[in-house]
Design a protein around this ligand. Structure first.
Ligand code: HEM
Ligand code: HEM
Length: 254
């Protein structure tokens, strides 16, 4: 039923693989080159910060965004897919909160000032906007009281703000990586390109590639889950197949 199915599979499998490799690289960074993981107010506690951000705020959020596009789920009810979409976002948010607590705790234990960098400003803004998007999403799309017209009118905004938050998180991660390498590589320094610097620069590229693939999939109107009513209308033979993809790109009202 999906147009360009094999192209979709290629993009999705590539995206998932790049995401999983990013998590593996982040894990081997903190375990092999840094102090490992712990919850002691020291560097090992800080290390939860990048790791949980990559797993939660980047990978799980990205998967949550494309989950409606998986053609294998189109037989599942829309309500079930909404629960999965919302559940993955809530899980991503919980991991992001633990990750932020880790870095604040580390700063406080070491008397390092909080919230001075651009990274922390953009990052905290994303951590605040994200639950607002979750609460609005649940209120508008999960609880069956909002009129269909209001749901449809707010959808372009939901998609736009969702993608905006996701892209901001990717940008935040790249800033955080750069800062961390500048702070912690002393001899040899970052500018001397030691193996750790090369590995973590590659992590930054992988994160950017993951973001690019997710945004590409989420903005292809041809890969959108067909709307329930349209499936019904089609069976009544009143709508042409070309009209199936209405409301699929960000500029069209669903
Ligand atoms: C991807 C989403 C991310 C978000 C939303 C985020 C958010 C934040 C926030 C809010 C702080 C401020 C903590 C404080 O002031 O005590 C912070 C600090 C920090 N983060 Fe991240 N972070 C992210 C990813 C990363 C990554 C991947 C790294 C890589 C190591 C990183 C490295 C740092 C460093 C070094 C600090 C301490 C210095 C500073 O405050 O800028 N962050 N982060
Ligand atoms: C921070 C959390 C959230 C983000 C970042 C987000 C982001 C997105 C994005 C980017 C899309 C477009 C996906 C596509 O076109 O296939 C989308 C669609 C959607 N989201 Fe969310 N969302 C969030 C939370 C929620 C919640 C809690 C609900 C409640 C159920 C929800 C309901 C929906 C619905 C119904 C769609 C339309 C799917 C379709 O047209 O097939 N979202 N979301």
């Amino acid at each position: 039923m999906m147009e360009n199915y094999s192209q979709f599979v290629l993009f999705f499998v590539l995206g998932a693989a790049v995401g999983i490799v990013s998590i593996a690289v982040a894990l081997s960074w903190v375990l092999h080159y840094r102090e490992g993981l712990g919850w002691d107010g020291g560097a090992a506690e800080f290390n939860w910060h990048p790791l949980l951000m990559v797993i939660g705020f980047i990978f799980l959020q990205g998967i949550a965004i494309v989950v409606y596009r998986l053609p294998w789920t189109w037989r599942c009810s829309k309500q079930m897919m909404k629960l999965i979409h919302a559940g993955l976002h809530i899980l991503a948010f919980i991991l992001a909160v633990i990750s932020v607590v880790a870095v604040f705790d580390f700063h406080n234990a070491k008397n390092i000032p909080n919230m001075y960098s651009l990274h922390s400003w953009v990052g905290l803004a994303a951590v605040i906007l994200y639950p607002s998007q979750i609460v609005l999403g649940i209120a508008v799309y999960l609880i069956p009281v909002t009129p269909v017209r209001v749901r449809a009118a707010l959808m372009p905004l939901h998609i736009y703000s969702g993608l905006f938050i996701f892209i901001s998180v990717i940008a935040t991660a790249l800033m955080g990586i750069t800062e961390k390498l500048i702070f912690s590589l002393k001899s040899p320094a970052y500018k001397d390109s030691p193996p750790e610097a090369v590995l973590v620069n590659v992590l930054g590229l992988l994160i950017a590639a993951f973001g690019a693939l997710v945004v590409w999939i989420a903005t292809r109107s041809a890969w959108k889950r067909p709307r329930e009513e349209i499936a019904q209308t089609l069976s009544n033979n009143t709508t042409s197949p070309e009209e199936i993809k209405v409301g699929t790109d960000m500029t069209t009202t669903s």
